[in-house]
Design a protein around this ligand. Structure first.
Ligand code: PLP
Length: 394
């Protein structure tokens, strides 16, 4: 092992459970460690590297914009920001966009927008209903919005969030009060276990929000930008939210977050929200190039086709190994759940054989490869998984 884990111990706060790999280079769906060893990357920067690593479109946009203009502050108009807003609005059901730097920040902005809406249109309603096993980010407010397990070290939590059971419309109905301004959900709970809802859940929640006059926020930070096999997850479920949040895949590895709103929820006035770095020319130029490439080359279609193939190969694994209790997912977001807490051992076994996968829970791993992977990549990953799962008397 190299010196870097020791250096980490000395100089870096120990909040991450690291895999025993020091990555130094990437290309497409492959990465290399500091010993020159190659891996097939089914972690993809945690669902970030939509076009894989160092895609020429990303490299070119970075280089060109890096030589032109990287940061000006939002006191000025800048072209890439407005081009990106136009591109996203024209390819979605939304009317306005706002850019920030991360997923958590996008969700904070969306919740602020919903609270503003509550103040202006709902008699001061401010509460947002979210679900257990959700994941909305690590800021204090998003920790309050997120599943309980992240909250305990930091209590007391900011108020204004009510957590209810996932995939249970009645729980949302019961939690709705005069103080409710919005419901915030992921179309598929990603970090919480790749939990796919019943087909009509989102539609029913939409109907309930309409009935009550409250907003529906979809957190598509992980599911958006082609991940589920359509440009946005809401399209799969035939539901249009009032506000959507995006981040991870938007610039394929360059930090950016976004929230978009329909006209109805476009209620911010000058000075009511802001950011220094958010929407800067560098991140927006890369996001523009990535989104154009994704749309023009139907990368979401590739995620759908290769994702269906991955799903069928995972079903084969389930049929072969009795200790695989479930494979679930959509597009290129999948989980394999085991009968026992063996995810760590499976993940390490895969690393040994040149495949990176994510330990999602003690008993589940997650596959979130770049959206540009091929069926051949899937065959290679399944081959390694099969070897690992067949190698021990689990
Ligand atoms: C659905 C969802 N929302 C929000 C976040 C937080 O994003 P970030 O880590 O960029 O703040 C994540 C990150 O995994 C996510 O999956």
């Amino acid at each position: 092992m190299s010196k870097w884990p020791e250096i980490e111990k000395k100089y870096y706060m120990p909040t991450f459970e690291r895999m025993p790999v020091v990555l130094v280079r990437g290309q497409g769906a492959r990465v290399w460690d500091d010993n020159g060893r190659e891996y097939l990357d089914f972690v993809g920067g945690l669902a970030v590297n939509s076009l894989g690593h160092c895609h020429p479109v990303v490299a070119q946009a970075l280089a060109e914009q890096g030589k032109t203009l990287t940061q000006t502050s939002n006191l000025f108009y800048t072209v890439p920001q407005l081009q990106l807003a136009e591109l996203l609005v024209k390819n979605s059901c939304f009317d306005k966009a706002f850019f920030c730097n991360s997923g958590a920040e996008a969700n904070e902005g969306a919740v602020k927008l919903a609270r503003r809406y509550g103040k202006l249109r709902l008699d001061g309603a401010f509460e947002v209903i979210t679900t257990f096993d959700s994941f909305h980010g690590r800021t204090l407010a998003m920790t309050a919005a997120t599943a309980k397990k992240f909250q305990e070290p930091y209590t007391p939590m900011p108020s204004g969030f009510v957590n209810v059971e996932w995939n249970n419309l009645e729980a949302i109905k019961k939690a709705t009060s005069k103080q409710t301004c919005a419901v915030m959900l992921e179309p598929i709970q990603a970090e919480g276990g790749v939990n796919v809802p019943s087909e009509d859940y989102l539609k029913k929640v939409r109907e309930w929000c309409d009935q009550k006059g409250i907003l529906l926020i979809l957190d598509e930070i992980q599911t958006g930008v082609g991940r589920l096999g359509s440009l946005f997850g809401y399209q799969l479920y035939g539901v249009e939210p009032d506000i959507i949040t995006l981040a991870k895949g938007l610039a394929s590895g360059v930090p950016i977050g976004a929230f978009l709103a329909k006209k109805k929820a476009d209620v911010f006035k000058v000075g009511e929200h802001g950011t220094t770095f958010g929407g800067n020319p560098l991140a927006c130029a890369v996001a523009c190039a990535v989104m154009k490439y994704i749309i023009e080359n139907d990368v979401a279609g590739n995620a759908r086709r290769v994702g269906e193939y991955l799903g069928s190969r995972l079903a084969d694994l389930k049929a072969k190994f009795g200790f695989v209790v479930e494979v679930r997912g959509r597009g290129l977001l999948w989980a394999i759940e085991f009968k026992k807490d063996m995810a760590e051992a499976v993940m390490l076994g895969c690393v040994e054989k040149g495949l990176l996968v994510n330990k999602l829970k003690p008993n589940a791993i997650r596959l979130i490869p770049p959206l540009i992977i091929t069926k051949k990549d899937v065959d290679e990953a399944i081959g390694i998984l099969q070897e690992v799962l067949g190698s021990q008397g689990w």
